[in-house]
Design a protein around this ligand. Structure first.
Ligand SMILES: C[S@@+](CC[C@H](N)C(=O)[O-])C[C@H]1O[C@@H](n2cnc3c(N)ncnc32)[C@H](O)[C@@H]1O
Length: 241
């Protein structure tokens, strides 16, 4: 139903490694992946992985995330990477919003086809019916923005992106206030807990934030830019040590 481009140039957004890829020549495949465990798996398989893709391609593959604003923004950006006449193919599991994703792409650009298998839906477009106004609107849907009365910056799709998570709040409220020395925050998100530690524990002298999701770490960096102690930011899979 769909062809791999003759010149092999393919962009894969939110890429995951998998056996299905092995049927194709992969020298021209560019994978974009911000979640470190998945990025590491792609790199281990010898595939080209970038944090942020550039350029236009005859075929763009995308695995939209569950959060709808982030997914819509991804579809909008994916269209920006299409060459004229190119095809954007998206796939989602039914449990992660496949039906909504398909409706969204249809609204945005008009569908050229769809298929359903293994409790997933794959749907694609040649952008022949692009709604330019919606395209501009959806591109900005997951942009970073102030939250919690402007004290932090966050964006849709991150863990508890627009609020303080109840469990994190419970943990922060029970922190001993005599924590001292250098600390590590494993799974720092957009930085709320790290900021609380620094506010509540005056004897903490340095903090290292480890976060697997690049787009969360980027905002933690902004949220802790004025920290009173040295803060390190590490894009890292903490299961790797
Ligand atoms: C429950 S959230 C906590 C966020 C933040 N500490 C807070 O209290 O609001 C867990 C975070 O761990 C990150 N994470 C998940 N797996 C990870 C891994 N293997 N290595 C590093 N971070 C990971 C997630 O992206 C998420 O931001």
């Amino acid at each position: 139903m769909l062809r791999w481009p003759a010149d092999g140039r393919v962009l894969f957004l939110h890429a995951r490694d998998g056996w299905a890829l092995r049927r194709f020549p992969l020298a021209g495949l560019v994978c974009e992946q911000g979640f470190k465990p998945f990025a590491d798996a792609l790199a281990r398989a010898g595939l080209a992985v970038v944090a942020r893709a550039e350029g236009r391609f005859p075929l763009v593959l995308a695995l939209p995330p569950r959060q709808r604003d982030e997914a819509r923004a991804l579809l909008a950006r994916a269209l920006d990477h299409l060459e004229p006449g190119g095809v954007l193919v998206a796939c989602q599991s039914n449990l992660e919003g496949a039906r909504s994703g398909e409706d969204d792409l249809d609204r945005l650009a008009g569908l050229a086809g769809n298929f359903s298998k293994h409790k997933c839906r794959v749907y694609w477009t040649r952008a022949e019916a692009l709604d330019a106004a919606l395209h501009a609107q959806w591109r900005a849907l997951d942009a970073p923005r102030p939250i919690l009365d402007g004290r932090f910056v966050s964006r849709p799709g991150l863990f508890a992106w627009d609020r303080v998570d109840a469990a994190s709040a419970l943990l922060a409220a029970r922190l001993p206030d005599d924590l001292a020395g250098n600390g590590a925050d494993l799974g720092a998100g957009w930085g709320w807990l790290a900021a609380e530690v620094l506010a509540r524990c005056p004897q903490v002298t340095a903090l290292d934030l480890y976060e697997a999701q690049a787009r969360a770490l980027e905002l933690a960096r902004r949220n802790l830019a004025d920290a009173r102690v040295p803060v390190g930011f590490h894009w890292h899979d903490v299961r790797a040590g």
